[in-house]
Design a protein around this ligand. Sequence first.
Ligand code: NAP
Length: 308
Amino acid sequence: MSPINLAIVGVGKIVRDQHLPSIAKNPDFNLIATASRNGTVDGVQSFTAIEEMLDAVPEIDAVSLCMPPQYRYDAAHKALSAGKHVFLEKPPGATLSEVADLEKLAASKGLSLFASWHSRYAAAVEAAKTFLASTTIESVHVVWKEDVRQWHPNQDWIWQAGGLGVFDPGINALSIVTHILPKAIFLTSATLEFPENRDAPIAADLHFKNADNVPARAEFDWRQTGKQSWDIFAETAAGQMVLAEGGSKLSVNGELTFSAPEEEYPSLYRRFAEIVKAGQSDVDLAPLRHVADAFMLGKRKFVEAFHD
Ligand code: NAP
């Protein structure tokens, strides 16, 4: 099969940090166009709007949509309607229903839709899944605490409705947890802290259980200065498992059992090529469903205003 002619929409931080280097290394893709109001990529023809790009470059086979989630559905609908396969950055949309609609549209046109979850491809995630399947889990505790000023400076969209606030990183933890736990969990209670001047939460404390009453807790906080935490702890019959540093290192009873170089975005593009070749879609909405549940069931606390 000849390489997939790819276009990127929404050229910003994650495109420059991860998509461009991963695409450049993958012979299955040829980046042939971009559409972004301001961003461009050297040596690639650029447009300011997706409609203009789709009209001007009919040889595009697939598009990666990397703008903030509130603006993803319209672009995805246009791309699928024009017969293109679609890669959705995480979170796949601003609502569950809009992503379900895209799934239907992709299926009706025989196109691939990929709701990507980059953290699921962190180095030690599969090893953690294998370990948890081999033992009995007693409890799970996720601690995902980072400094929003360091990681999301001046990103207004992230604080607006649909930008998800602290769930923007928190959903990465949920994408790992929903992948590695052998049984589904569901929310039982939650507290969300909203800065009084923002529409999205700065912190969240979520309590889940599964059908066997095994408890799981997730603490997300954007006010962490100093050491940053992206860790998942599980107490098990075989001892304590720690999946640390965003899923990249696995320890059991204090001993490092697995770590490997970071390959998240290269793995995402390998997976995208695989589903396009196989004529499949890959859309798992479990992480986004948990976030929606938190907004539905969570108590709201208003906390001091946040200024960048
Ligand atoms: P970003 O740089 O703030 O936004 C990406 C680009 O989207 C912007 O440069 C902008 O390009 C375009 N955009 C912004 N507002 C828009 C609007 N109202 N309508 C249409 N386009 C708009 O954000 P990012 O950090 O790359 O994140 C983008 C997505 O990737 C998010 O869903 C995020 O969760 C996900 N992601 C980010 C990271 C990370 O580390 N930053 C990691 C993994 C996943 P133009 O001005 O040129 O249109």
